[in-house]
Design a binder for this molecule. Structure first.
Ligand code: 5GP
Length: 123
């Protein structure tokens, strides 16, 4: 069920629980500000999620409230994951709110790669 991204941060969301180590994730990268792990239901040969460690619902929330260090750290973590796929290419996607189908109310960037990724948006 898509979420309302204008709601306050819900500390019980699944990615908050992954960050706290309460449920497992197949981690591919971690640093002070960000965590990257494989999506549980991959929609491409490579499907990694990159999340900031702070409590942010969406890109607009994050860009308004996060510190410069958190923003730089998140962007660099996405770049770290993406850099492995420079040769063939990759796609970044951040769903936000109901129309975009955001299901987990913690900001996440999808990194898709590993094969042809199809059209940019469903018609
Ligand atoms: P959204 O639709 O919010 O942009 O994407 C949420 C993503 O989180 C989906 O692609 C979904 O497969 C993934 N996801 C949901 N629950 C879990 C989980 O417990 N572990 C992992 N690794 N991914 C999850």
């Amino acid at each position: 069920m898509p979420i309302d991204a204008t709601q306050p941060y819900d500390d019980g969301n699944i990615f908050a629980r992954i960050l706290r180590g309460e449920i497992p994730a197949n981690r591919v990268y971690e640093d002070e500000h960000a965590l990257a792990f494989h999506d549980i239901a991959p929609q491409a040969p490579v499907h990694v999620l990159v999340i900031p460690k702070g409590p942010y619902v969406s890109w607009d929330d994050f860009s308004a409230r996060a510190s410069d260090a958190e923003i730089a750290g998140f962007i660099r973590a996405i770049g770290h994951v993406a850099r492995e796929h420079v040769g063939r290419g990759y796609r970044l996607l951040a769903n936000t709110g109901g129309d975009a189908g955001q299901e987990v109310p913690h900001l996440h960037m999808h990194v898709f790669a590993g094969g042809p990724l199809g059209p940019m948006i469903a018609r």
